[in-house]
Design a protein around this ligand. Structure first.
Ligand SMILES: Cc1cc2nc3c(=O)[nH]c(=O)nc-3n(C[C@H](O)[C@H](O)[C@H](O)COP(=O)(O)OP(=O)(O)OC[C@H]3O[C@@H](n4cnc5c(N)ncnc54)[C@H](O)[C@@H]3O)c2cc1C
Length: 399
C-alpha cells in the first residue's frame, strides 16, 4: 500500500515533534513516524532550555506550557574537594526563562496535543521507517514497517530524518559523517532522594571521578563518567566496585546504593561526537542527532535538535507549500545550523579533553580547575555558560 503526504518526518523525538508541530501549524500536511508505541521510555535528558520556553511564548503556547511540571534552576553548581562552585547563572541571561527540567515524555506529549489541533498533522506510532524509496536520484519516500510487520510505502515531497544518532535513514542514503571521537562514556542510573540530601548540584568531581546529578523530585538521575572503553573492565570488577566509586564522589548516597542492583540499572551511553559533512540529498534532510550527535557535556543536545527544527520549518515551510523544495533550500538549512553545531561541539570537546578527561584519568585532582574557580569568583562570567547552554549560538525564532 502507498500513501502520500507533503512532508514525512522520521522520528518523534524533540527535533521531529517540533518540526511536525511547526509545519502543521503552517498548514502543511506532515506525517511523523515514531517506531515506539509511546514517549515514556528511558531517561534521555529532560532539559527545557530557555530558548525552548521562549519558543513556546512566541508560538502563543507559553501559558499552557507553563502549567506543565517544569522545575527551574537559576544557578548551576559543581562540588569539588575544595568546596561548592557556581559555574552558570541563568538569572543573568536576558528574558524571563531559566534552565528548566521536564520529563521528556511530558514535553513530547504536549507537542502532540498542540499539533493535533491542526488538520494536516498525522502522528503514526509504532511505525518504523526501515528504508528509503528512490525515484531516480531523488529520495521520494520511506518504507514503513507497522506493528504487525506489514510493509507499506509513504511518499512525500520531503523526507526529514530526525531519527536520532543511530539514524536508519541516514545510513540508508549513505551520507558522509565526520567522527570527532570522545574520550568518555556515561553510565546512567537513578537513586532515591532523601529530604536531608545536599541542595542539588549538577556536577560532583573528585580525583578519578566525575558525576552529573539531576534532581527529579523524589530521585536523583545520575550520570557517572568513565574513560571510553573502560566499561568492560568495570563490569568485570563487579557492581560493588561501581557502587564504591559512586560513594567516593557522592558519599551521601552510600546508604541507598543497593538500589543499583545490577548492571541493568546502570545502562551505558556510548558518547559520540560527530557531524554529517552533508545534511541532505535531493528529497531528504537530516536534523537533530541524526545530523550531529552531541556530547552530553552541558546537556545541549535537545536544544540543538529543537533549534534545527525551527530553522528547517522557517526555511522550508514556504517551498513545501508550493511544492518546490529544491536542494538549494535543504542546503540553506545546513548552512544556517552548521555554525552553532560546530562551535558547540568544539567547546564540548575542549571541556572533555581539558577538564573531564584529566579528572577521570586521575591525573587532575587536589585543586579545582582554574576555569571553574574563575566562574565562581566573577559572577558576570557565569552569564557566558548560562547563555551558551540556554540559548546557544544563533538562536532561532518562530517563523
Ligand atoms: C542518556 C541520555 C541523556 C541525555 N541527557 C541530555 C540532557 O540532559 N540534555 C540535553 O539537551 N540532551 C541530552 N541528551 C541528548 C538528547 O537526548 C538528544 O540530543 C536529543 O534527544 C536529540 O533529539 P532528536 O529528536 O534529534 O533525536 P532523538 O531524541 O534520539 O529522537 C529520535 C526519535 O526517532 C525514533 N526513531 C529512531 N529510528 C526510527 C525509525 N527508523 N523509524 C521511526 N522512528 C525512529 C526514536 O524512537 C526517537 O523517538 C541525552 C541523551 C541520552 C541518551
Amino acid at each position: 500500500m502507498t500513501t502520500v503526504t507533503t512532508c514525512c518526518v522520521v522520528g518523534g523525538g524533540p527535533a521531529g515533534m517540533v518540526l511536525g508541530y511547526l509545519l502543521a501549524r503552517a498548514g502543511i500536511a506532515v506525517t511523523v513516524l515514531e517506531k515506539h508505541g509511546g514517549f515514556l521510555r528511558d531517561f534521555r535528558g529532560d532539559t527545557i532550555h530557555p530558548s525552548t520556553a521562549q519558543l513556546m511564548d512566541e508560538l502563543g503556547l507559553g501559558t499552557a506550557f507553563g502549567r506543565l511540571p517544569i522545575r527551574t534552576v537559576d544557578t548551576v553548581h559543581l562540588v569539588t574537594d575544595d568546596g561548592t562552585y557556581a559555574i552558570a547563572d541563568f538569572s543573568r541571561i536576558p528574558g524571563p526563562h531559566r534552565l528548566g527540567f521536564l520529563p521528556q515524555w511530558d514535553f513530547l506529549n504536549f507537542l502532540t496535543e498542540q499539533a493535533e489541533r491542526y488538520p494536516g498533522f498525522d502522528l503514526r506510532m509504532r511505525a518504523e521507517a526501515v528504508d528509503v524509496v528512490r525515484h531516480g536520484t531523488r529520495i521520494a519516500g520511506v518504507l514503513v514497517r507497522d506493528t504487525d510487520g506489514e510493509l507499506s510505502e509513504l511518499h512525500a515531497d520531503l523526507i526529514v530524518a530526525a531519527d536520532g544518532r543511530d539514524s536508519t535513514i541516514r545510513a540508508a542514503v549513505d551520507l558522509p559523517i565526520v567522527e570527532h571521537g570522545a574520550p568518555i562514556d556515561v553510565l546512567w542510573f537513578r537513586v532515591s532522594k532523601h529530604d536531608d540530601d545536599p541542595e542539588s548540584a549538577f556536577g560532583r568531581l573528585t580525583r578519578g571521578h566525575f558525576m552529573v546529578m539531576i534532581d527529579r523530585g523524589d530521585y536523583w538521575q545520575a550520570g557517572y563518567l568513565i574513560v571510553k572503553g573502560e566499561h568492560e573492565h568495570l563490569r568485570a570488577e563487579g557492581i560493588d566496585e561501581f557502587r564504591r566509586r559512586v560513594a567516593d564522589v557522592a558519599p551521601f548516597l552510600s546508604d541507598r546504593l543497593d538500589e543499583i542492583s545490577s548492571w541493568d540499572d546502570a545502562p551505558l551511553l556510548s558518547v559520540q561526537v560527530n557531524r554529517l559533512r552533508r545534511w541532505w540529498r535531493p528529497g531528504l534532510l537530516c536534523i537533530g542527532d541524526a545530523a550531529h550527535a552531541m556530547s552530553p557535556v552541558a546537556g545541549v543536545g535537545i536544544n540543538l535538535a529543537v533549534q534545527d527544527a525551527v530553522a528547517a520549518a522557517r526555511i522550508l515551510a514556504g517551498p513545501l507549500r508550493t511544492g518546490r523544495v529544491s536542494p538549494w533550500h535543504l542546503a540553506r538549512v545546513q548552512v544556517r545550523r552548521t555554525l552553532p553545531t560546530a562551535v558547540t561541539q568544539r567547546v564540548q570537546r575542549l571541556a572533555q579533553d581539558r577538564v573531564i578527561s584529566p579528572v577521570i584519568h586521575g591525573e587532575a585532582g587536589g585543586r579545582t580547575p582554574l576555569v571553574i574557580r574563575a566562574l565562581d569568583r566573577v559572577p558576570a562570567l557565569r552569564t557566558v555558560p548560562a547563555f551558551a547552554i540556554g540559548h546557544g549560538v544563533l538562536p532561532e525564532h518562530v517563523p
